[in-house]
Design a binder for this molecule. Sequence first.
Ligand SMILES: NC(=O)c1ccc[n+]([C@@H]2O[C@H](COP(=O)([O-])OP(=O)(O)OC[C@H]3O[C@@H](n4cnc5c(N)ncnc54)[C@H](OP(=O)(O)O)[C@@H]3O)[C@@H](O)[C@H]2O)c1
Length: 250
Amino acid sequence: MRKTALVTGATSGLGSEFARQLAERGHAVVLTGRNEARLKETAEELAAQWQVPTEWLAADLATADGVAAVAARVAQPDIGILVNNAGYGLKNDFHANPLQDEVDHLNVLVSAPLQLSHAAVNSMLGSGGGTILNVASVAGFLPRGTYSAAKAWGISFSRWANIHYRDRGINVTAVCPGFVHTEFHQRMQMDKSVYPNWMWLDAPRVVREALADADAGKAVSIPSKRYKVLAAIGARGPQRLVARIAGRGR
Ligand SMILES: NC(=O)c1ccc[n+]([C@@H]2O[C@H](COP(=O)([O-])OP(=O)(O)OC[C@H]3O[C@@H](n4cnc5c(N)ncnc54)[C@H](OP(=O)(O)O)[C@@H]3O)[C@@H](O)[C@H]2O)c1
């Protein structure tokens, strides 16, 4: 089995936890993100703690050059696991965001995972398979602005790819967390205290459930029972209720 895992957005939050748990499982890990100093620090820490080879690759996934650099690494024959995790939310309503901010956001959340998955599938098909995790969100089951629309792409693509490539040894899983304590909300300048405690999950638990669901070959992973229920309401619930939730989104 190919041993190396490449994780995007590995500087903090879920990405850093994916890197940690994959290293703990014995995988060599490639950490990518924009902040080189933080990537290097985590890579060195994981190498020391788990005795696995680690490397880092600084790249901005909103840019064509950044995606090309990461795709070139993904296409190397040692990569057996790709975690498309990098992402963020925009602060303002759609109309109030500068158009370029929306385009960059779409590039990071959709275009980059598409291009990296393309590189991974082509490489993995040639050598017995692998695993791709696309970190989406429960927001992908709700109509809540361009963030939800982008995450819905990740869910739909993963569902299809899971069926299509399963027999050729490639498993694709969309990971759909609810609110998780990471740097996500702080980067968005969002007040976390407006959401009740029960809505918050910890990154180690989300990643543990996501990796177990990927091991089981599931197309969609929704960590925790509470968010499985919320996702079911979003996907199949009464339209008036879904519209009320959506009305609060951007
Ligand atoms: N936290 C939640 O409540 C939650 C819920 C559902 C889904 N998610 C999803 O989970 C994923 C991880 O987010 P998180 O919660 O762990 O947030 P986070 O702690 O803010 O981490 C986001 C990561 O994405 C990277 N990133 C952002 N923009 C990038 C760019 N242009 N190019 C390359 N890397 C970039 C960041 O690294 P650099 O700054 O070094 O580039 C960072 O490592 C995202 O896709 C997010 O949408 C989060």
